[in-house]
Design a protein around this ligand. Structure first.
Ligand SMILES: C[S@@+](CC[C@H](N)C(=O)[O-])C[C@H]1O[C@@H](n2cnc3c(N)ncnc32)[C@H](O)[C@@H]1O
Length: 259
């Protein structure tokens, strides 16, 4: 378990690169902002990183805390929050698979597949149990993970493909090539991203990523086992209903009342 956390931390060591990679990604923010408006404060983001979603919620006047394991990501988040006039955000360094907070939250969310960094069932169970402890009685837990696509899981490691192109301030335009392999026994999708400068094909970064695939029925079972009722399940950030072909699984869960 220690090794997998270490590997995850390495992935987020270069917070500036993360910022540049996710700079254009804003299409998911309205979904979480609206959830926060509807639930009310306080709000907690698990795996808040550099505050890409946390800060817009705080800017809307909503009291929000964030937990993340990565010191560089949190440091970047604090700088960005100060620049945005959001010093009030409490960024806490910690592991969201086992956390205790001093207050209860009306909304706890875990965005951008962050939950899939927990590779073992026990870690996922611990995370659900921690959320249950820190959620206000009528609070909402929002889970946002990808819906495993069997065609993509069938890819072999030697099948390198162009994953995306991106513009960065530091390196100019990059092509990102990917290769992946899926391990059914552990349900871990391992992939490697190779970032190359388009101008001269020089490699500027390699990321080795491991993500635990959570299949729809299995995710529902995790929720049920921990006493959550799934009140809605969306397939994207536009709140369209989840179908087997949806790219995303976005679950809106309430803790079932204890008798
Ligand atoms: C894909 S990033 C998402 C960051 C941010 N939520 C966003 O949407 O831009 C995943 C984040 O989860 C954090 N993370 C992964 N595993 C974690 C764990 N067990 N405990 C706390 N943070 C974790 C990483 O450090 C990283 O900042």
């Amino acid at each position: 378990m220690f090794d997998s956390l270490e590997r995850c931390l390495q992935l987020y060591e270069d917070a500036q690169f993360y910022e540049e990679e996710f700079e254009d990604r804003s299409y998911d923010i309205p979904f979480f902002l609206e959830s926060a408006r509807q639930c009310g404060a306080p709000v907690l983001e698990l795996g808040c990183g550099s505050g890409r979603i946390t800060i817009p919620i705080a800017r809307a006047g909503i009291d929000i805390d964030g937990i993340d394991l990565s010191a560089p990501m949190l440091a970047k988040g604090k700088i960005k929050a100060a620049a945005a006039g959001c010093d009030q955000i409490r960024f806490q360094q910690g592991n969201f698979s086992q956390f205790v907070m001093p207050r209860d939250y009306k909304l706890i969310f875990c965005a951008t597949n962050a939950l899939q960094h927990l590779l073992e069932n026990q870690q996922i169970d611990d995370c659900f149990a921690s959320v249950r402890q820190c959620l206000a009685p009528t609070g909402l837990f929002v889970i946002d993970v990808f819906n495993p696509d069997r065609t993509k899981l069938a890819r072999r490691w030697d099948q390198r493909y162009l994953f995306k192109e991106m513009q960065t301030q530091t390196h100019g335009k990059l092509s990102v090539f990917a290769r992946s392999e899926y391990h059914p026994a552990s349900q871990i999708l391992r992939f490697q991203l190779d970032y190359r400068r388009q101008a001269d094909d020089i490699q500027v970064k390699v990321k080795d990523v491991e993500m635990r695939c959570l299949f729809p029925d299995e995710l529902d079972e995790f929720c049920q086992r921990h006493g959550f009722t799934i009140i809605q399940k969306f397939g994207n950030y536009q709140s369209d209903p989840f179908t087997a072909d949806s790219a995303k699984q976005i679950l809106m869960c309430r803790a079932a009342p204890t008798s």
